[in-house]
Write a protein of this length. Structure first.
Length: 256
C-alpha cells in the first residue's frame, strides 16, 4: 500500500516538474525575443531583417514582422515550385501492401477538397478522415499542422495551412512552433512542410549507396497535393544583406 502511494506521489511530482520546466523554457524563449539586448552588436530595429506578407489576391492587406532569426535560405528558397509540381501523385495510386488494390487521384482529390471546405467551416470532425493529431492546428485561425488518415484508404494526410497574419505571429503558436522559428531561420510549420520530400530524397540517395542498409530499408511514398483554387501568399523580405537586396517568393497557403 505504501509503495503504491509513493508511486502515485512520484508520478504527480514528475508531472508538476515537467509542467514547470516547460513553462520556464517557454518564458525564457519569449522574454529573450521580446526584450532588447544591450549588446552594441545588435542591429537596430529599423535594420533588422523584415518581411511583408499578404494574400496574392489582397495586396493591400499587408502584415509585417522583423526578426534577427530570419534567414534567406529558410524563407525564400525552401519552396521550390518546379520540385513541388514534379512530386504530385500519379493518376492511379496502388496500395503499398496490396498491389491488387488502388485508388484514383481524382477520388482522393474529391475527399481532400471536401476536407478543406470542412476546415474553413471550422468543423471538429471530418466526413472522410480520422484525426490522428491536431495539437498544432488552430481551428479558429485555420493555421498549423493537421495529421489525418483516410477512413476508406490506407493513406495518411498532413495538412499544412497558413495565412499572412499567422505567418507573422510565431510566438503565439505554442512551444514547438516557437522552437522551430528560433532554430530554423524563421520557418513556420507551413514552410517546414515543403522540406519533407526533399529530405526523403536526400536520405534515399545516401542509404541506397550503402550495400548493407540499401537492402534493409523501406522508404515511405510521399507526394504533394493542392486543393482546387488554392490561395497563395507572397513574402517580401528587406534588410537581409548589405546590398539591400529585396527578396520575394510566392507559395501556397494550404497544401498536403
Amino acid at each position: 500500500m505504501i509503495n503504491k502511494l509513493n508511486l502515485k506521489k512520484t508520478k504527480f511530482f514528475l508531472i508538476i516538474y515537467n509542467i514547470l520546466i516547460n513553462a520556464i523554457f517557454s518564458y525564457l524563449f519569449l522574454i529573450t525575443n521580446a526584450t532588447k539586448c544591450r549588446s552594441i552588436l545588435r542591429k537596430s530595429e529599423n535594420k533588422k531583417p523584415k518581411i511583408s506578407v499578404f494574400f496574392l489576391n489582397k495586396p493591400n492587406k499587408v502584415y509585417f514582422f522583423s526578426s534577427n532569426n530570419f534567414e534567406i535560405e529558410s524563407l525564400f528558397k525552401t519552396f521550390d515550385k518546379k520540385f513541388f509540381n514534379n512530386n504530385m501523385p500519379p493518376e492511379k495510386i496502388t496500395y503499398r501492401y496490396d498491389k491488387t488494390k488502388s485508388v484514383s487521384k481524382k477520388e482522393l482529390n474529391t475527399q481532400l477538397q471536401n476536407l478543406i471546405e470542412e476546415i474553413y467551416n471550422k468543423k471538429k470532425q471530418y466526413k472522410y478522415f480520422k484525426i490522428l493529431k491536431q495539437a498544432n492546428f488552430n481551428r479558429r485561425k485555420k493555421s498549423g499542422l493537421l495529421i489525418l488518415k483516410f477512413k476508406d484508404y490506407p493513406f495518411i494526410v498532413k495538412v499544412f495551412m497558413e495565412n499572412p497574419k499567422s505567418f507573422v505571429s510565431p510566438y503565439s503558436k505554442g512551444l514547438c512552433p516557437l522552437l522551430f522559428f528560433n532554430m530554423s531561420g524563421g520557418m513556420c510549420r507551413h514552410l517546414l512542410g515543403f522540406t519533407r520530400i526533399k529530405n526523403l530524397h536526400d536520405l534515399q540517395n545516401k542509404i541506397l549507396q550503402d550495400p548493407k542498409w540499401s537492402k534493409k530499408t523501406i522508404f515511405p511514398r510521399k507526394w504533394y497535393l493542392l486543393p482546387k483554387d488554392p490561395k497563395y501568399i507572397k513574402i517580401i523580405g528587406t534588410n537581409f544583406d548589405n546590398k539591400n537586396t529585396i527578396y520575394d517568393i510566392i507559395n501556397t497557403v494550404d497544401s498536403f
